[in-house]
Design a protein around this ligand. Sequence first.
Ligand code: NAP
Length: 478
Amino acid sequence: MDISLVIQFIIDLLAVLLLALGIKGLSKVKSAREANRLAAFAMFLSVIGLLSYYLGTSGITLQSWIWIIIGSFMGSAFGMILAKKVPMTSMPETVALFNGCGGMSSLLVALGVVLFPTNDEGINFFQSLIEIISISVSIFVGAITFSGSIVAMAKLQGWLSTPAWTQSKIRHFLNISFAIISVVAFFNLIQDTNISAISLLVISSTVLGIGVTLPIGGADMPVVISLLNSYSGIAAAAAGFVVGSQLLIVAGAMVGAAGLILTQVMCKGMNRSLISVLFGGTLASKSKNSSSGGEYTNITSCSVEECALTLEAANKVIIVPGYGLAVAQAQHTLREVTKILEQNDIEVCYAIHPVAGRMPGHMNVLLAEADVPYEQLKEMDIVNPDFPATDVVLVLGANDVVNPQAKSDKSSPLYGMPVLDVQEARTVFVIKRGMSAGYSGIKNDLFDLPNTSMVFGDAKKVLSELMTELKELGVGVK
Ligand code: NAP
């Protein structure tokens, strides 16, 4: 038996187990960091396994080794630098870019195998049929994932806007046309491996990826990103069949399934169906047509000092973090403020809406970065019954996720979206810079309610002023 094959099998098996453990650990905030490291280590192991296999076989030249090492080094360095430098607010763009890289890798692997075939002797009809189907799936899904993810990243980054014509029905006609061309090229490639079918499949799938993603509005883009994440998993699993890698098949299938589940969770959290996200155009155009706009009539604003005085007298405080908190990078200052409150025996917890921020888990990651204890983070369904017994709610740079219109106004684009019932609390302070709308672009009825006071200013600035005020009042000094 070939010893290098045995070593690779054992390393691969270990890597699959570690990867499965890592993915399981990601489901809990507490274990997520370690789990992420474990999954990364599993991937590193699989690269080592593959290289050790090649080391044991004579078919690889020194030049190829140099390319493999340069490629691995450059990829790792690029990933590390990007992950370290990217601000929390740009996570969705980064995830989109990584998905795009995954799709491109699967596409390139499949192209490499089909354009530079190795000796196929001993392969029976079914094996070669499975191989060519896997190659075609890899090219098709990989190209869609790559082009779609790059468009998604460019749109989130603000480099690309939604062209007006893409909101018309023409886009459906064009997309269906490219889908049909892709399917024809797909079956042509399965019947006969020829360069025209390969080129047609690559081009039509790439254009299809652009055509499907371009019309989608910014608000729905993270849903599309998680769907593309799932596609990148499917493409990777297909590439796993192409190169005969069990690890790639398992990892790809897990990513594919996880991406689909996440897409479903996000659609539910935003009260959107996947069909309406993919084919319904932008949410902004709907908001303009809705009757949920209008002027504010009963806004009460107050100073940081008044807010501090109310907090001083509170027994129970709930913090509602939103996208504005991430923009202001105010998580550390917030943690300092809550520490002061806790020192005064005030009960503090954080209400986490599933789609607060710009991607799922955005707020958990942000607060974990500031060492907020995990047990203080409460999911929407758990925390909603607590609001009536809460003295003060601090809404920090959140808007849509606390809009009562979602429950009361049937004409609102937010109607049906599950929201945090902050209006049930005794006093609500909303900290934001002005009266701008949130992501949905509509008015927030919460701001007009008699128990709501606006504290205008950048979240970080207001929180540091609040900290000073609380200290001056003697809160937290025992
Ligand atoms: P939001 O509705 O977008 O509101 C954020 C608010 O933050 C804005 O009203 C803004 O008002 C304020 N803000 C911005 N910069 C600030 C700063 N430096 N200091 C203080 N406030 C600041 O945010 P959200 O309540 O978190 O809701 C998330 C929205 O994103 C939902 O509509 C959700 O459906 C959507 N979305 C989320 C996901 C996801 O997976 N999480 C995915 C797709 C879409 P001012 O400009 O007046 O300050």
